[in-house]
Write a protein that binds this ligand. Structure first.
Ligand SMILES: Nc1nc2c(ncn2[C@@H]2O[C@H](COP(=O)(O)OP(=O)(O)OP(=O)(O)O)[C@@H](O)[C@H]2O)c(=O)[nH]1
Ligand SMILES: [Mg+2]
Length: 279
């Protein structure tokens, strides 16, 4: 019996992100990579080592493997694909995944990252690829890894920044997965979002420290902000959160809470004007 939602980690970054999702029989996860044994779909298995940033090669390979990709997707209503843009495999497979999703009448949500500023060429490529991803996806969540080092006002070494990005992307994927079982599309009514993430026992504190740390140049006055938490939030805390966000952005957030009781892993979904991204 397949779940309604399938999570796909594509390319190196995508694979690392989904490897952080705890095993759960209710959550279906697959990986796609190039030339790497051990992925659910290992394209050109053993003969090459990645696409070396060549998106068109990733796309051509994914096309060769389209039957296998479509077979994995078939039977699901929602596809969440996560990848690091700027490479070959992740960026190249997304359009083929989208074709399979359409053929299965499934919706596709993309959770993708934009490389560090020092990855000059890859970053430039990624910003172009981003437009295609936004155009073909039902919803897109953008992360600018370049914003990670300054998160919280300090400075992070690159390896730390990447693993924190993995953790945040994993959280986003899991939150979206949970929301898809509920009111996802009526909740995330805009097409493109970025996120802010904090973990704390105190949900109000978590929102306070997260709200200025969105991982893209989002315009927080645009659209609506969604606050998701793993655990139930008390009425008083929910009012506090609404006031905190309302006072700074003018937007009263929608709050979606899970059924847990302990840890408040708070994620803010902050809409971005996608027309400005496409221009
Ligand atoms: N979050 C995260 N991002 C990564 C990681 N490794 C690389 N990236 C970022 O993702 C971009 C794409 O890299 P990969 O995921 O390795 O590329 P790929 O999709 O495997 O493509 P090819 O290796 O060219 O076939 C890089 O430019 C980095 O910005 C990682 O482990 N985690
Ligand atoms: Mg790779």
């Amino acid at each position: 019996m397949v779940g309604r939602t399938l999570i796909i980690g594509s390319g190196g970054a995508g694979k690392n992100t989904v490897s952080r999702i705890p095993d759960d029989p209710k959550v279906s996860v697959i990986t796609i990579n190039t030339g790497q044994h051990g992925s659910t779909i290992s394209m050109a298995d053993g003969s090459v080592d990645g696409c070396r940033g060549d998106r068109d090669l990733g796309w051509a390979l994914a096309y060769d493997y389209k039957d296998e990709i479509c077979k994995e997707i078939s039977g699901h209503s929602n596809i969440i694909v996560t990848a690091g843009l700027g490479g070959g495999t992740g960026s190249g497979t997304i359009p083929v995944i989208e074709e399979c999703a359409r053929e299965s009448n499934a919706r596709m949500i993309s959770v993708v990252s934009i490389p560090m500023p020092f990855e000059t060429l890859r970053r430039e490529t990624a910003l172009k690829q981003m437009k295609e991803v936004i155009r073909i996806s039902d919803r897109t969540i953008l992360f600018d890894i370049g914003k990670m080092p300054s998160r919280g006002g300090g400075s992070l070494p690159i390896s730390k920044a990447i693993s924190l990005a993995d953790e945040m992307m994993k959280e986003a994927v899991v939150r979206i997965h949970d929301m898809l079982e509920g009111p996802f599309f009526s909740t995330l009514s805009e097409k493109v979002y970025t996120i802010a993430y904090r973990q704390s026992n105190d949900p109000v504190k978590a929102v306070m420290s997260a709200k200025d740390e969105c991982l893209f140049d989002a315009d927080p006055r645009y659209g609506k902000i969604i606050v998701t938490s793993d655990s139930e939030i008390s009425r008083a805390d929910a009012e506090n959160i609404s006031r905190t966000i309302g006072d700074t952005t003018g937007i009263i957030p929608e709050i979606v809470t899970g059924k847990g009781t302990e840890d408040h892993r708070i994620m803010l979904f902050i809409p971005i004007s996608y027309r400005s991204l496409l221009s």
